[in-house]
Design a binder for this molecule. Structure first.
Ligand code: DC
Length: 224
């Protein structure tokens, strides 16, 4: 475990960045190595999307915070070594990564009522982790945790991100690049909580770094 993270009473690390930048796996591994909890907030948006699709809720007026609070019981692992998402006692860890959810999630993530509900839950989970946690998403340093101890913006060139995703999913690089551009544009141009580089964030561009080098750089940043 890193010395600075073990001696600080609280260690909240906010990580943001575009899809395909490797931010999820880099943050998770770094959290594990530093003995911190880890929260993947994208998985929470995916879980709510899965729930809305299942229950045919597709209009923002159908998604009242009171209603979600009552019927959407979300449990998500904050252990960096355990990936698990449960909704209403159903394990949906695998389902939230499927195409149906992936193609619909940007629409739900752009709804202010959805964000209001999930941001509150994210802050509660940070407390539950005793404020010793790496939280990863798109609006973490800017909206969810503006007072985080460290803010990191993980990114890579469009081509590097598309290439990695194409290899992971065994798909055509050009097609991946196209759909990536659409998702980047939805995430950065939406009116509520768009993806931005938060003030005071350190930019970790890993276009020419491998996974282990990226984790080393991450840990170096939060050990400063
Ligand atoms: O990181 P991901 O691909 O699993 O995220 C899924 C979607 O949720 C993506 O469209 C971005 C959105 N998201 C968001 O708007 N805010 C967050 N804090 C995390 C994810």
């Amino acid at each position: 475990m890193d010395a600075s993270s073990s001696t600080r009473p609280h260690m909240v690390v906010a990580v943001d960045g575009p899809s395909g930048s490797g931010k999820s796996s880099i943050s998770k591994k770094s959290a594990e190595q530093m003995g911190l909890s880890f929260l993947d907030t994208g998985a929470m948006y995916r879980a709510l999307t899965w729930f809305c699709l299942k229950n045919e809720l597709d209009h923002e007026d159908q998604i009242q915070p009171k209603l979600i609070k009552e019927y959407f019981d979300l449990w998500i692992s904050i252990d960096p070594t355990v990936e698990k998402v449960v909704v209403n006692n159903e394990d949906i860890t695998r389902e939230i990564r499927e195409d149906l959810v992936t193609t619909n999630v940007s629409k739900y993530a752009a709804m202010s009522k959805v964000r209001e509900f999930l941001v509150k839950k994210q802050r509660e989970l940070v407390e539950l982790a005793g404020q010793r946690i790496v939280v990863e998403g798109r609006d973490i340093g800017s909206v969810v945790l503006p007072n985080a101890d460290f803010k990191i913006y993980i990114t890579a060139s469009d081509e590097a991100r598309a290439k990695r995703r194409a290899v992971q999913t065994n798909s055509d690089e050009k097609l991946v690049l196209e759909s990536q551009k659409i998702r980047d544009s939805l995430d950065t141009n939406r009116s509520v909580s768009p993806l931005i580089i938060p003030e005071n964030a350190v930019v970790l561009d890993n276009s020419s770094l491998d996974f282990d080098q990226s984790v080393d750089r991450f840990i170096q940043i939060v050990s400063a």
